[in-house]
Design a protein around this ligand. Structure first.
Ligand code: A3P
Length: 315
């Protein structure tokens, strides 16, 4: 019932039985066989874990703080590989009266055909659904994985679905789907653990939303080192300012505000939400019921017991 007219049905895909919209099947082979380049820079995240924030950070660092270049919309500089596989784009864009959308209905082709090098690629796919060349190690792009507390992620995801595709569901009900691993992108824990286990690989770098909130300069410096860049203290300071919540919320190249206004005008999106929403740690406490929090914590315990994630305070 929550899936609305732009995405009617979900299917389970790959060895982890990841729950994905049925449209994914049209793109599955293309994604599996996607030609990866060794100099690609990928960001892999579960939705709503701070992807956009991290994308802008990565892009700016890799492009030596190119503020002029950063005026181009982030979705074009750093495209979303499987966007077209998530809902019936043709129907959604027709409803919004915006032609064939950002990637002309095939985000995979758009991404594959990026002319600039390195290519910057965003995906929310779990490890099990990444292109074969990444999984079999024939290509080793730089991959940055971002993790966030699952309760904040879940609440944020629910708001995002209401805003972007008109989900009509309250957060506690959505949390049940999330814990049952039946919401879009399936199991949060399989997603995180898929990369946590590989965090020491030289081409993989694991960061956390909460660490960015606590000490952003430190994370910026670490990411810069991973990308082979040197930043002065002054540059780090400039970047922290550019990436602050207030600045990103106003930045039309990253905040999706034009698109959101279009959604609202056409009564698709929930009127009270925005893409860059609250940007805090622990807001789930205000939104999830005590029973849901209990269920969440038991599910987390079951999934991380016996793994070194047990020692990570954010979870
Ligand atoms: P909230 O909904 O909790 O506010 P993603 O980009 O993966 O969709 O993640 C979205 C989340 O990141 C949202 O969380 C959003 O507000 C938050 N976010 C975006 N830019 C941010 C920034 N500059 N600082 C802190 N949080 C940010």
């Amino acid at each position: 019932k929550i899936l609305n007219k732009f995405c009617k049905e979900y299917v389970s895909i790959g060895e982890d039985r990841t729950s994905m919209p049925v449209q994914y099947l049209q793109f599955a082979e293309q994604i599996k066989n996607f030609e990866v380049l060794d100099d690609d820079i990928w960001i892999v995240t579960y939705p709503r874990t701070g992807t956009t924030w991290s994308q802008e950070m990565i892009w700016m660092i890799a492009n030596n703080l190119d503020f002029e270049g950063a005026n181009e919309p982030l979705v074009l500089r750093f495209p979303f590989l499987e966007l077209s596989a998530l809902f019936d784009e043709e129907k959604l864009y027709a409803a919004l009266k915006i032609g064939r959308g950002i990637y002309n209905l095939n985000s995979v082709e758009f991404t594959a055909n990026l002319k600039r090098r390195p290519r910057f690629i965003k995906t929310h796919l779990p490890y099990s659904l990444l292109p074969d060349q990444i999984k079999n190690g024939t290509k080793k792009p730089k991959i940055i994985y971002v993790a966030r507390n699952p309760k904040d992620t879940c609440v944020s995801f629910c708001h995002h679905g209401s805003l972007f595709v008109g989900w009509k569901i309250d957060v506690d009900t959505f949390a049940k789907l999330f814990i049952a691993e039946r919401s879009m992108y399936g199991s949060f824990w399989k997603h995180v653990l898929g990369f946590w286990k590989q965090r020491d690989a030289p081409n993989i770098f694991f960061i956390k939303y909460e660490d960015m909130k606590e000490d952003h300069p430190a994370v910026i410096r670490k990411v810069a080192r991973f990308l082979g860049k040197e930043l002065t203290d002054e540059q780090v300071g400039i970047l922290v300012k550019h990436l602050s919540f207030e600045s990103m919320k106003k930045n039309n190249a990253v905040n999706w505000e034009d698109y959101v206004q279009q959604l609202k005008k056409n009564n698709v999106g929930n009127k009270d939400d925005s893409f860059i929403r609250i940007g805090k740690v622990g807001t789930y406490k205000k939104e999830l019921s005590p029973d849901t929090i209990k269920e969440f914590d038991a599910w987390t315990k079951k999934n991380i017991t016996g793994t070194s994630l047990e020692n990570e305070p954010i979870f």
